[in-house]
Design a protein. Structure first.
Length: 274
């Protein structure tokens, strides 16, 4: 009976985390470039059940196995390309990710990202190409973080009338060459942690951070000015998954209540006999 408590409770925790993840996906359904998360639910290692001293021969008979609970695996972003929306704004940039080969370690393709400098001078990453130009002429995110070039320096574009080529090379309104926009490659997107404001922080072991995809044919991409990438969250499927997670949470809650009632009867009724 005690095992049943743990199994039902683990199911409730797993579905609660699923609901939180799906709610975050829905909250960012209109965020440009947002990649929805997914986290499969798995069972803990099963326990083998045996009947001791089974039969006249005194052998142990295997009855079967029983799961010890469930858990939600770590959240991982869905790296599929979102649809493009034309905005007409020169500061909007969409990052189109070409066909990438699956990584040997994960079996899944990685993800391409813009490189950003945060307020502490650290390099972070984003897929949100809804950029702006600050008062000093630097290209920034909507929250004021600098967009970096291939030289790891902020891009000084002068004003919003700059021209961006498909490979990321930028020419200012004056005709002066500004630099090339950096595009980084994340082999394992699970190693990217969300830090807010659409930024992702690399938490892998490489001290140099993510490798550059610029000039490497293995990481095909194209930048399109005056376009934005939509979020790839499937609203209909997400709502269906949330409903399913809620119902499974309620089912585990009912099981937990049933175990609790049985435990009360065991303590109050059976324990009082005699």
């Amino acid at each position: 009976m005690i095992r049943g408590f743990y199994q039902a409770a683990s199911g409730m925790i797993a579905e609660q985390r699923q609901t939180e993840m799906l709610g975050d996906n829905l909250a960012n359904m209109h965020t440009p470039g947002h990649k929805g998360d997914h986290g499969p639910t798995r069972t803990f290692p099963n326990m083998l059940i045996q009947a001791m001293n089974n039969g006249d021969a005194g052998t142990n008979g295997i009855i079967g196995d029983i799961p010890t609970g469930v858990y939600m695996q770590e959240r991982a972003p869905d790296v599929r390309q979102g649809d493009l929306r034309e905005t007409g704004a020169g500061t909007d940039v969409a990052l189109l990710q070409g066909a990438l080969e699956p990584e040997a370690e994960t079996g899944e393709p990685g993800m391409l990202l813009f490189a950003v400098q945060d307020e502490d001078g650290n390099v972070q990453y984003t897929r949100n190409g809804n950029f702006a130009v600050d008062g000093q002429g630097f290209l920034t995110t909507g929250e004021g973080h600098y967009i970096l070039g291939t030289d790891s320096e902020p891009l000084d574009v002068g004003n919003e009338w700059f021209t961006l080529e498909s490979d990321g090379e930028i020419t200012a309104d004056s005709g002066e060459y500004v630099g090339q926009m950096e595009v980084a490659y994340a082999p394992d997107p699970v190693q990217l942690a969300k830090t807010g404001a659409g930024l992702l922080q690399y938490e892998g072991e490489d001290p140099e951070g993510l490798p550059s995809a610029v000039g490497d044919d293995a990481y095909p991409y194209e930048l399109q000015q005056q376009f934005l990438e939509r979020s790839n969250v499937d609203v209909g499927q997400t709502m269906t998954d949330m409903t399913q997670a809620y119902r499974q949470f309620e089912a585990n809650q009912s099981v937990l209540q049933a175990y609790d009632q049985n435990m009360q009867r065991t303590v109050n009724d059976i324990g009082s006999i005699g």
